[in-house]
Design a protein around this ligand. Structure first.
Ligand SMILES: NC(=O)c1ccc[n+]([C@@H]2O[C@H](COP(=O)([O-])OP(=O)(O)OC[C@H]3O[C@@H](n4cnc5c(N)ncnc54)[C@H](O)[C@@H]3O)[C@@H](O)[C@H]2O)c1
Length: 248
């Protein structure tokens, strides 16, 4: 098993990519902390992990709230003594033309997608420095790399996640903390509910050279590599998992 006895915090693991990642990590022996804003969904992920014989706990957390993040990490340390892996996956999307985005929309998306990543890293990196090792995987998006219409705050937040990943990776490489990000293409999750619409679905499929859309597991297995010892010499990178969207 690649993550035997490692303690992994995964934010937003109540659904989609985070849930798939949580199930994969647990199968690989990790003790998984599901840090989600929604209790029903987070608890559901924990129940599924336990059903497959794994170890997991749910901690209700809003990643955009410093006290929540701080209390969550302290509870993890009380329970497990350490944090080996952090996956910053929690994220939200709001759609609309940039000129119609109001300040609430902007703050909502940026506070969760970008400030949340800063908060968890701020709290957990000092622990990883003490431990002498750590793995951080930030879930960005290809929307942080190439242009997308109608999702301005989201694009800005994901570009920010990529920049922050490089900054932190450079700062903490000497402490053997690997900080990388994954840029998923279009993945079928609750966030991409618009894929239920056949016309939208075929548009996105046509944009994706590989002949299907992505699934949560496609990202979960990339995260597994970045969380494992096998990726020790890799830091500050953007791993693009997009079925070829960005190579066109
Ligand atoms: N689905 C895609 O096509 C796609 C593409 C690129 C990147 N991503 C990124 O992948 C990540 C996961 O998204 P997903 O597609 O699985 O969507 P999703 O909606 O299924 O999952 C997002 C999860 O984050 C949780 N969450 C939202 N706000 C939170 C907060 N403040 N605190 C804690 N948890 C919170 C939600 O409850 C949900 O469980 C996001 O960062 C998203 O931007 C998704």
């Amino acid at each position: 098993m690649k993550l035997q006895n490692k303690v992994a915090i995964i934010t937003g693991a109540g659904s989609g990519i985070g849930k798939s990642t949580a199930l994969i990590f647990a199968k690989e022996g990790a003790k998984v902390v599901v840090a989600n804003r929604r209790e029903d969904k987070g608890q559901n992920t924990v129940d599924e992990i336990k059903k497959q014989g794994g170890e997991a706990m749910f901690i209700k957390t809003d990643v955009s709230n410093w006290d929540d993040v701080s209390n969550m990490v302290e509870r993890v340390v009380q329970s497990y003594g350490e944090v080996d892996i952090l996956v910053n996956n929690a994220g939200v999307l709001r759609m609309g033309p940039l000129t119609e985005v109001n300040e609430d929309d902007w703050n909502y998306v940026l506070n969760i997608n970008l400030k949340g990543v800063f908060y968890t890293m701020k709290k957990i990196i000092p622990l990883m420095i003490k431990q002498g090792k750590g793995k951080i995987i930030n879930i960005a998006s290809i929307a942080g790399l190439v242009g997308f219409e109608q999702i301005g705050p989201y694009c800005a937040s994901k570009g920010g996640v990529i920049a922050l990943t490089r900054e932190a990776a450079l700062e903490y490489a000497k402490n053997k903390i690997n900080i990388n990000c994954i840029a998923p293409g279009v993945i079928r999750t609750e966030m991409t509910g618009m894929l239920e619409d056949e016309q939208t679905n075929s548009y996105y499929r046509l944009q994706t050279p590989y002949p299907r859309l992505g699934e949560g597991e496609d990202i979960g297995y990339a995260a597994l590599y970045l969380a494992s010892d096998e990726s020790d010499f890799m830091t500050g990178q953007v791993m693009v998992v997009d079925g070829g969207w960005t190579i066109k």
